[in-house]
Design a protein around this ligand. Sequence first.
Ligand code: TNX
Length: 457
Amino acid sequence: ARVSTCHEALQPTADRLVARLREVTGFAWKQVADAPEVELRLCLDSGLEREGSTLSVTKSGVAIFGGDAPGVERAVQTFWQLLPVSPPRGALQVGLGEIRDAPRFVWRGLMVDLARHFFGLEELKKLVRAMAAYKLNRLHLHLTDDQGWRLEIRSRPSLTVIGGAGAVGGAPGGFLTQAEYSELVAYAAGFFITVVPEIDLPGHVNAALASVPELNCDGVAPAPYTGTMVGFSSLCASAVATQPFVHDVISEVAALTPGAWIHVGGDEAKMTTADDYLALTSMVRAEVADAGKQLIGWEELARADAGIGTIVQHWLDPSPASAAAARGAQVIVSPAKRAYLDMQYSLNVPSPRVGTFWAGFVEVSDAYGWDPGAWLADGGVRESQVLGVEGAAWTETIATEEQLEVMVFPRVVALAELGWSAQRNPRTFFDRLGRHGPRLRQLGVGFFSSTQVSWVE
Ligand code: TNX
């Protein structure tokens, strides 16, 4: 049996497909150059949408055409969903038919907070594989916060030596070396998933202040922080070390990141005066532009003149993102009461120690029961200004990989469908999701067995 490809950009998808076909069927599948008569054909059709595809199953075989290489990858994930989780060994049986597909939103993300608790390369790769299965395409890493600095910066080794050492509640810290970060970026790129690094400025910086004394207005480094308060730290606008620090960090992060975006946080800078906030974020904005990247900030950044060319991530208050959109910004929607994956599903669930509920409980039905394109409609934000949707796994209360997975899944699957499909159908969603227990298990991720879902084996 053969898989044919017509473009080298399809190689990562084809390699994984062939490996899995060999394993599943036991046949010696081979890769060949483009040919119409093969059992499984992967090719491009520039007439299709970005990430869009046609998948046709005829008696002579399966043909997948993508509008681009990501489109082929997404359709291959659909192909596997057409088959049983563990197909019987031998010839595969797929129903005849054609699926024409394309995403509703270009941004379908998962944010993981590595700062409050650290999660390493292997766990992040596992999350990438699971994201790919559900056609998510942005992995946003919250790399720095009061409790930890999680990316090696070669010009400032103390950031990770001191700032990376601890975590919330005295848990072990950790950080990604630049080599590990690059390995993750490349791994994700193989699935056409872009890593979006976040360096949170000018608040949420205690780990940096603790690591680099000159960043402090009084020149004295504070102690590392292992609690869970927010809004108490700030870069010092008058410190001469501040601008060179921001420059060095942003240029190293940009150099390591082939993706178009750098997220600069901007949230909850409660100890930064309004003037300093404006000065510091303008400086950050200039550094990101000099580094050739596009800026993303949490909705608070909209205070600081966010217009055309900025991407604002909405999480709490609809007004700043709406105002920014009116000035031409694009919006990623991550409403806490729908998309915050650190909210408990319901009281004390999954356990009284894991998760919080300041934005309310978020059951699977809440994660699925809203329309990202219309969420800010009252603020005048049109669907065309909504770049997409992102779930955010904050980790103050999430200390282990098992806890992280149970909080992320299956809610991120619900968000993934909102991001991908224009047809939101709560009536069928819970049945369809119920058949994904074995698939999530096959991906090796834990998930919360919500009683809202009729899980089948
Ligand atoms: C708000 S969302 C935060 C985070 C916390 C999260 C906990 C945002 C931009 N800031 O610092 O981790 O709530 O749910």
